[in-house]
Design a protein around this ligand. Structure first.
Ligand SMILES: Cc1ncc(C[n+]2csc(CCOP(=O)(O)OP(=O)(O)O)c2C)c(N)n1
Ligand SMILES: [Mg+2]
Length: 884
């Protein structure tokens, strides 16, 4: 036993140890634990300051005596696993032989094969399991092994494997990593951006509880498994939500960290021990930790380690050194590891160097792994992490086992292929092996039957992604009648209009309970606090206290069946909840409609990678960037004022982004979106920016609904316009004011249009342009922009509260000259009025731009433009907002 302190009375120590041994033998673990905890607590009360220690010895958590019998046929499983290993390797090797540079990870699955195979054969519940399907987050770059298994099950063809990393191949390729967008019947979760998998898995497990606690789904014991790399655990997102998982007692969640001690460039922790560090983090966060460090080959040595010297060596050797043992082999291990103490050398005197090199590690031992899984899925009250020690590139020998070169190693030479074959006792000739053929068992073979039977017993093949949800009937648009009618003299913000809308939706008999409002601590900012009481905030433990504001109407009401996910200051967690809810239709067969509302600056800019993954996972829901618009959010300043999220949204393929001005626009867009998601099963995410500027909202004009969705509709027409103004979102007010100035001060009567979505306009125009390009001989099509704007070829002035590139997206498709006013540059803490002047997007700059455009077109004299500058006190020498 390792001990940092001098033992001044070994006799006394031995007596204590003997008492504990007695307790263990006579009363078992629980009693022993009780005794020790009581002793510790007593000593602490008496003032003993015991050091905080989250670690246990560097040994397996589960003792050999506690291991259950292995439920499978080890021999058959090994031959199946060996073929899977071979195919996974061959897939990468072949791909790179034929298309050098196509890439692929060869060594990750090699390290993880046993972790997966034990679970595929004995643990994972498939889609037809009576208790429902488990959800599995595969380590993204272990995909070759997952494909290789599907091939053995005859779910994929040889051609598919051949076309690994060739998504565009005719016979059907296999995507590099888990991408549900590209393989919607196979993968469920997009995991390859390191760090997203772990936090999304936590929030997925939490969302499952939300669904059961709200009575939408039955609790059947389904689990979430997340396979992660030890290097990946360095991502802040990987560890950022660990305490949520224990606080929520997510015993439906199992992490498996593939501790091969390496990432791409080198060791994860060369100078210490990543397993021990992770153990500390997870234990500290309240998780059940199962270490699977040593394989059965070590059991006897560990059992015989009476002096504690072996454990001492285990604990003092750093990971960098452990990695060296893998590469250097038995003689080196004997000399450098055991050689430190004669007693240790003595322990292994009957082991050959070869024996020492082959001593298996925990993550490569099916018995150890099964014991760990078995405990993990039966553990109650807390999530479990299995820290499994593996070897990167296991079986690749000199071609990459345990070496830092593993990622770059995509080609194996003939000798290496033959030694891989021998390593796993595969039954092909040298000649055959050198071609790296794909191999699978015939359907009558016992291996095939075994594989299939195991999966059948567990509910079918995995991975699989399905949509078993039924459509949700969206109520008619008239449910939003009060918003469509306008606000009369009442001034409200678009945020308030949205809050009204979601209140109406949550009260709807049919879809109300499917709405999932998600907020990271800004509900009061957005005026959503009335929902607290109406819907309740989800809290798995209910409300165990009387809130300070319980006397008030809008008190902070937490409830076990609460509907609101109030995530606290945690955008990464909130978007993970969004992703869980937005994919519920496929993961749980129940359509849910998440509305995630947040400070828009902390959306795309902060969690775009998650939003990208949402797109990949075919998520359906609404993102609402609140307090948006660089000049509309006054006071907050540089870090809060968003003027660019629409650029990011425009570049995300399945996002439809809208910058809205009026309550009726919000109603129409959201209604349309809900119909697409719930009735037409379209995988779309809507992004709406909402603002907090109050103004009057007019009623819905006649016949503009379809144009609002397309992105541009007419606000005011003039007989013969000489100039056209396009306004968007909160700056519509400035555009209308500018139109009045133009008319009253300068006798110019512009046409006015409202742009609800620059990106939707651009996409449609691009599609039309593309069609025309490809069909030169056919009648050419017109885009929405052309249809609406080509009647008058006049200059266009476009104004938005976003960087100019947002409105410039449509410039190539708008007839006539195009001038964009926007908010490029860092924000400032200021009043709205001053901000608009600073960014040169206020009514006066709109007039100035319009007048100059007319002058450039020869419609009026340039001296008139000078008059504009003078009349409105525009400072021609004002520094540029972009550079100042
Ligand atoms: C966010 C992110 N950064 C970088 C990468 C590139 N990358 C792919 S695999 C890998 C190393 C992973 O190491 P580890 O998590 O230890 O997994 P192992 O392959 O060792 O099992 C890296 C850096 C990525 N996929 N995602
Ligand atoms: Mg690793």
């Amino acid at each position: 036993m390792s001990n940092k302190y001098n033992d001044i009375d070994p006799q006394e120590t031995t007596e204590w140890l003997e008492s504990i041994e007695d307790a263990l033998e006579n009363h078992g673990y629980d009693r022993t634990r009780h005794l020790l905890e009581t002793l510790i607590s007593f000593a602490q009360k008496k003032g003993a300051r015991l050091p905080f220690n989250t670690n246990t010895p560097f040994l397996n958590t589960i003792l050999p005596s506690q291991q259950p019998d292995y439920p499978g046929d080890r021999k058959l499983e090994r031959s199946i696993k060996s073929i899977i290993r071979w195919n996974a390797m061959a897939m990468v090797v072949k791909a790179n032989k034929e298309t050098p540079g196509i890439g692929g990870h060869i060594s990750t699955y090699a390290s993880a094969a046993t972790l997966y195979e034990v679970a595929f054969n004995h643990i994972f519940k498939g889609p037809d399991h009576e208790k429902g399907q488990d959800l599995i987050f595969y380590q993204g770059h272990a995909s070759p092994g997952i494909y290789a298994r599907a091939y053995l099950e005859w779910r994929l063809s040889k051609e598919n494997l051949h076309n690994f990393r060739r998504d565009l191949s005719k016979e059907g390729g296999l995507s590099s990593y888990p991408h549900p967008y590209l393989m919607p019947d196979f993968w469920q979760f997009a995991t390859v951006s390191m760090g997203l998998g772990p936090i999304m898995a936590i929030y997925q497990a939490r969302f499952m509880r939300y669904m059961t606690n709200r009575g939408l789904m039955e609790e059947t014991g389904r689990k979430v498994f997340a396979y992660l790399g030890d290097g990946e655990m360095d991502e802040p997102e990987s560890v950022g939500a660990l305490t949520l998982a224990s606080r929520e007692s997510l015993d439906n969640l199992v992490f498996i960290v593939n501790c091969n001690l390496q990432r791409l460039d080198g060791p994860v922790r060369g100078n210490s021990k990543v397993i021990q560090e992770l153990e500390g983090s997870f234990r500290g966060a309240g998780w059940n930790v199962i270490k699977v460090v040593w394989g059965s080959d070590w059991d006897e040595l560990i059992e015989n380690d009476k002096s504690g010297l072996l454990l001492k060596r285990f604990e003092e050797v750093v990971d960098g050194e452990l990695l060296k043992y893998v590469v250097m082999g038995g003689a080196y291990i004997r000399e450098n590891f055991f050689g430190k103490h004669p007693e240790l050398l003595e322990m292994v005197k009957d082991f050959s160097d070869d024996d020492l090199a082959k001593m298996n590690l925990g993550g490569h031992d099916p018995v150890k792994m099964f014991a760990a899984y078995n405990e993990a899925i039966n553990h109650k009250g807390a999530p479990t992490v299995i820290l499994a020690r593996t070897i990167k590139g296991y079986g690749l020998g000199e071609a990459g086992e345990g070496r830092n070169i593993t990622h770059n190693q995509k080609k194996l030479n003939e000798k290496e292929l033959i030694s891989f074959r021998d390593r796993f006792n595969l039954d092909f000739s040298d000649k055959k092996a050198m071609n790296a053929p794909f191999y699978r068992f015939e359907k009558k073979a016992k291996e095939y039957k075994y594989l299939k039977e195991k999966r059948k017993a567990l509910g079918g093949s995995l991975p699989v992604r399905q949509d078993r949800s039924s459509p949700l009937k969206i109520p008619p648009i008239t449910v939003f009648q009060e918003l469509l009618d306008g606000t009369g003299e009442r001034e409200i913000s678009t945020t308030m209009a949205f809050v009204r809308l979601i209140t109406i939706l949550t009260k709807d008999k049919k879809i109300g309970k499917h709405i999932v409002p998600i907020i990271p601590d800004e509900a009061r900012t957005f005026g959503m606090d009335p929902l607290f009481r109406q819907l309740g905030i989800y809290a798995s433990k209910g409300q165990l206290y009387d809130p300070v504001d319980s006397e008030q109407f809008l008190y902070y009401k937490e409830a076990k069946n609460g509907q609101i996910l109030e995530e606290g200051i945690n955008e990464a967690g909130a978007i993970s909840s969004f992703n869980a809810a937005a994919t519920s239709y496929s993961n749980h067969g129940i359509k849910m409609l998440p509305f995630y509302i947040y400070y828009s600056m902390f959306g795309f800019q902060r969690v775009w990678d998650f939003i990208w993954a949402a797109g990949d996972m075919r998520a359906r829901g609404f993102l609402l960037g609140g307090t948006a618009g660089r000049t509309t959010l006054n006071g907050e300043g540089l870090q809060h004022q968003d003027g660019h999220s629409h650029l990011a949204a425009a570049a995300t393929p399945n996002i439809k982004a809208y910058d809205l001005s009026y309550a009726y626009e919000i109603s129409i867009v959201i209604h349309h979106g809900m119909k697409e998601m719930c009735e037409q099963d379209k995988d779309v995410i809507y992004y709406l920016t909402l603002e907090n500027e109050n103004y009057k909202h007019p009623p819905l004009p006649k016949g503009v609904e379809a144009d609002i969705i397309k992105g541009l509709y007419k606000i005011r027409s003039t007989e013969k316009p000489t100039v056209r103004l396009l306004g968007s979102g909160p700056l519509m007010g400035e555009v209308l004011a500018a139109a009045d100035l133009l008319k009253n001060d300068w006798g110019v009567d512009p046409g006015i249009w409202n742009v609800t979505s620059f990106s939707e306009l651009r996409r449609e125009a691009e599609e039309v342009e593309r069609w025309n390009l490809n069909h030169p001989g056919k009648k050419q099509k017109q885009s929405h922009l052309e249809k609406r704007l080509s009647k008058h070829r006049v200059p266009t002035i476009a104004v938005s509260d976003y960087v100019k590139m947002v409105s410039e997206q449509i410039a190539p498709y708008v007839p006539g000259k195009y001038y964009a006013l926007g908010t490029d540059g860092f924000g400032r803490s200021e009043t709205r009025e001053n901000l608009r002047r600073f960014f040169e997007v206020d009514r006066y700059y709109i007039v100035l731009t319009a007048m100059r455009a007319l002058a450039l077109d020869g419609e009026l004299d340039m001296f008139k433009v000078d008059e504009v500058i003078k009349k409105y006190n525009i400072d021609p020498e004002k520094p540029s907002p972009i550079t100042v």
